[in-house]
Design a protein around this ligand. Sequence first.
Ligand SMILES: C[S@@+](CC[C@H](N)C(=O)[O-])C[C@H]1O[C@@H](n2cnc3c(N)ncnc32)[C@H](O)[C@@H]1O
Length: 275
Amino acid sequence: MSRHPMHEANRRGWDAASAGWQAEIDARVDWRSIPDNIHLALDDVEMKYLGDVSGRSVCVLGSGDNLVAFALAGAGARVTSVDISQTQLNIAAERAGELGLEIRFLQADVTDLGCLESPDDPGGPGGPSGPPDVGFDIVYTGGHVAVWVSDLKRYYGEGIRILRPGGLFMVNEYHPFRRLWKHDSVPLKQAFHYFDHGPFTYDRSEELPDGTEPLPSYEFHWTVSDMTRALLEGGCELVALEEYGDGNQDWEGGTPLEKMPANLLLVGRKKTAES
Ligand SMILES: C[S@@+](CC[C@H](N)C(=O)[O-])C[C@H]1O[C@@H](n2cnc3c(N)ncnc32)[C@H](O)[C@@H]1O
């Protein structure tokens, strides 16, 4: 359960939608090949900053289809996968079992990662009386997660808090410029104001078996500067900001989005006492 009522509604929506979502992803990517071919889930530009992840502790936030979690675990990282939807996690846990990957799956809201401070977690350098810090080497998030989260500062702030000082915070999001347009409209027609954060309310009741109950879902729009500021204010220095990908993706339908950046990659390093 999330304490945030809109996130709680989104959780119900994702629980209802997860089987259909996974089927759509499965039609595009073969999850069974990910551990042997991690480039199916991670772009070269991401790999450039991640480096060799073997033996590193990595937390994936809003892990969804868990393709990134499978890739990182396949490359030898010790992976914790966090998602608000237990149904998404259950599907991923079964697949991880089939792949022989040891991944820790945790149900949590990305704006409240208190559940990671269990006694089994490696303590931070502050010790019991210092600031809580579970000390991951890398926190990875993105691929359409921020759009579901009402408080970007808390989300990134929590992601950065669970890093060890000097750890890497990587966000790879669908670029905010691509979210502004009416779907399937040629030529492009603007549907949203770039600076309007929402919430935008939708109905996901078609995901329910009988489709009769209302199932509201809430989406948010975050700008490039919102994301950059949240990373800096969360306690990171900026290592990289990259925009890339300019083609159309099949799920984008007929909306002519080519020539606009598809990905916004932000890489931060958690500040240390010296930095
Ligand atoms: C569109 S998927 C993106 C994740 C992944 N890149 C993928 O393609 O499956 C969004 C995921 O974020 C999760 N999510 C939404 N709101 C969340 C929140 N507040 N905390 C944690 N996970 C959340 C959903 O359950 C879903 O699995």
